[in-house]
Ligand binder design. Structure first.
Ligand code: FE2
Ligand code: FE2
Length: 214
């Protein structure tokens, strides 16, 4: 696995993504409590709005529009298969489900959104981001140009904070959180895992030597 970085050495955009994940997963927990404990049906539309405007429109849009193009351009990882394909398919799926939550207030849709978001965040935090950061550094890319939140996105974030206040985040006891490709539902289905999809020969040999004390 790629080396962890800290302090000034980190790509700031990825640091911001990590912070956004901490917030989004709390809203996912609030959504899960809303589903489990019979929250106000009118709040389905508020969750859907947060998911569409902040989670998809701000967060996922910058992963898709800044990080992934940078990886394809500077690092030359494939965009049409492997981890990037999986991540983008999940962004699309989450958008569809958020729209369905808004129109139906269906609690099973809410549970599915929360579960996908938790797994999605785990795989980005533990696989995509560290592997991306390692590669961007290797190519001399220290920073990626970001954009600020629009007023609508700030309002959506505030709405998410209000929902977390109203429904204290709840975890699904059946969901196992974790790190690495092994927790990813696409692993061995539509993606062969980061090593097979991204690693080059040098990385295989280098990691093999490190793992075996060489
Ligand atoms: Fe994502
Ligand atoms: Fe993300």
């Amino acid at each position: 696995m790629a080396l962890a970085r800290d302090g000034e050495d980190r790509v700031k955009l990825l640091e911001r993504f990590h912070e956004e994940h901490e917030f989004i997963e709390r809203v996912a927990g609030a959504l899960y409590r809303w589903a489990e404990e019979g929250g106000d049906p009118a709040d389905a539309g508020r969750f859907a709005h947060f998911l569409a405007v902040y989670s998809a429109g701000f967060h996922h849009a910058r992963e898709d529009g800044i990080l992934i193009p940078a990886l394809v351009e500077h690092v030359e990882v494939p965009a049409d298969r492997g981890p990037i394909m999986v991540i983008q398919e999940e962004h699309h799926r989450l958008e569809e489900l958020a729209a369905r939550l808004g129109s139906t207030a269906d609690r099973e849709v809410a549970r599915e959104i929360a579960r996908i978001l938790w797994e999605h965040i785990d795989k980005e935090n533990s696989v995509l981001f560290p592997e991306a950061e390692e590669r961007l550094h290797r190519e001399g890319v220290r920073e990626l140009e970001d954009r600020p939140m629009t007023p609508d996105e700030e309002a959506a974030r505030a709405r998410g904070e209000a929902l977390v206040e109203r429904y204290s985040p709840l975890e699904d006891p059946d969901v196992v959180r974790g790190e690495g490709c092994i927790i990813c539902s696409a692993y061995a289905e539509t993606c062969r895992g980061i090593e097979a999809e991204w690693w080059n020969r040098w990385e295989w040999e280098n990691h093999f030597r490190k793992d075996h004390g060489g």
